[in-house]
Design a protein around this ligand. Structure first.
Ligand SMILES: *Cc1c(COP(=O)(O)O)cnc(C)c1O
Length: 397
């Protein structure tokens, strides 16, 4: 009997009891709206903003409705206008091109390299060829490109860097937190990310005008002074009148459960990395499987793992055989988008997709697996043994 795996790949850990307690306290007050505060009182949403900004070592944080929403208003607050071109990596999640479209902008897609990072040579050529002033860099699946080189290129071509840190909350490049390299950064607190409020997002920045615009965009009305991290009131003089309200606030209930989870972020990142390291060690047993190289400067959060089986002939058969044995793999190379995954050429609203041969070649044989914290290291052994066996089967036949 071949071994099978029984646990669910989409089962989160429960929300910590302290977070539940805090949420119940908020509900008892009835004051779920972030601006429903007594004079001198700070809302849960405002406190969360301060705590997240401090944890990242940046000046300002805005808590809002989702990660995709944070990206949309980050683009707007950084000055992107309808018709502008925004550079972004071709390997990312659908909310990223969606946010670009939502800002009325066009996307210029960049190739990825073998390590799932943006290809810096291609990035430079796109920067040269386009007149784009924005690089929306998605640290897709937690892979950090050489951030020093990226920052340098952005400087050279006078491009604003906006980081999508949906998978890098808690990660570092050269000891500097992911999300502290550009003009602004965006995070998601959606259930499958590193802290979980169902839906939610953050926008962070050190720039006074950007945060003031983002706060007004998010739907602060004229109550912006009640935010957790606000520049002096004079910054809002014109911005409060010139900036539309795109209503996408965070509420106190979500903020309450996030505040407690933020305290455990670091410890949970270590737990993810134990799972990741165990998965990597298991997969390295197969010659058919290629894993990405992770540079020494990168302190990643291994909440998912990607690997390639280059010699595979029947991709769907391999996925199906793994699934039959309880191992759920995602395939971003599928020409037909499935579930959460989609290939860049399926975002038809972006217009004619460029041909990005390296990205297509890599994604064509790349598999992706979530590593929920409800798994343990012995689960990793079972899972990777199944994958290794199935890769060998598929390889030989
Ligand atoms: C989840 C995700 C987002 C957007 O987050 P939402 O909160 O779901 O809108 C953006 N980028 C990437 C890479 C993501 O995985």
């Amino acid at each position: 009997m071949p071994r099978t795996f029984e646990k669910s790949f989409t089962q989160q850990e429960p929300i910590p009891e302290a977070a539940i307690g805090r949420a119940v306290d908020v509900m008892r007050t009835g004051k779920l709206h972030r601006y429903n505060t007594a004079p001198g009182e700070s809302s849960e949403a405002a406190l969360l903003e301060k705590e997240f900004a401090d944890s990242l070592g940046v000046e300002y944080c805005l808590a809002c409705a989702s990660g995709g929403y944070a990206i949309h208003i980050a683009l707007k607050a950084c000055g992107a206008k309808a018709g502008d071109t925004v550079i972004t990596n071709a390997f990312t999640l659908a909310p990223v091109p969606g946010a670009i479209d939502n800002a009325g902008c066009k996307a210029a897609l960049v190739e990825i390299d073998e390590n799932y990072c943006v290809d810096l040579t291609h990035l430079e050529s796109v920067m040269q060829k386009s007149d784009s002033r924005f690089f929306l860099m998605s640290h897709m699946r937690g892979h950090l490109a050489d951030m020093d080189a990226v920052v340098e290129l952005c400087k050279q071509y006078e491009v604003s860097l906006i980081e999508d840190c949906a998978h890098t909350m808690g990660a570092y490049w050269n000891g500097k937190p992911s999300g502290s390299f550009g003009q602004a950064a965006c995070f998601s607190t959606q259930t499958y990310k590193h802290i979980n409020s169902g839906e939610g997002g953050f926008l962070t920045t050190n720039n006074k005008e950007i945060i003031a615009k983002a706060i007004i965009h998010s739907g602060s009305y004229m109550l912006y002074e009640r935010h957790g991290t606000v520049p002096e009131v004079s910054v809002f003089d014109d911005i409060r009148l010139d900036t539309p309200n795109y209503s996408g606030r965070m509420d106190n209930l979500r903020a309450a459960i996030l505040r407690e989870q933020l305290k455990h972020l670091e410890e949970n990142c270590c737990r993810w990395n134990k799972l990741y390291d165990a998965a990597e060690a298991g997969l390295r047993k197969s010659n058919a499987i290629t894993l990405s190289n992770r540079p020494d400067q990168e302190t990643y959060v291994g909440s998912s793992i990607q690997f390639r089986v280059d010699s595979l002939k029947d991709v769907n058969g391999f996925i199906k055989n793994c699934a039959t044995r309880g191992v759920e793999l995602k395939w971003f190379g599928n020409s037909d988008p499935q579930g959460f995954t989609s290939r860049y050429d399926s975002w038809r609203y972006l217009g004619t997709a460029p041909t990005l041969p390296n990205t297509l070649k890599i994604l064509d044989r790349t598999f992706d697996m979530r590593l929920p914290l409800t798994f343990d290291e012995s689960d990793m052994e079972t899972i990777t043994a199944i994958i290794v066996e199935e890769a060998a089967q598929a390889d030989c036949c």
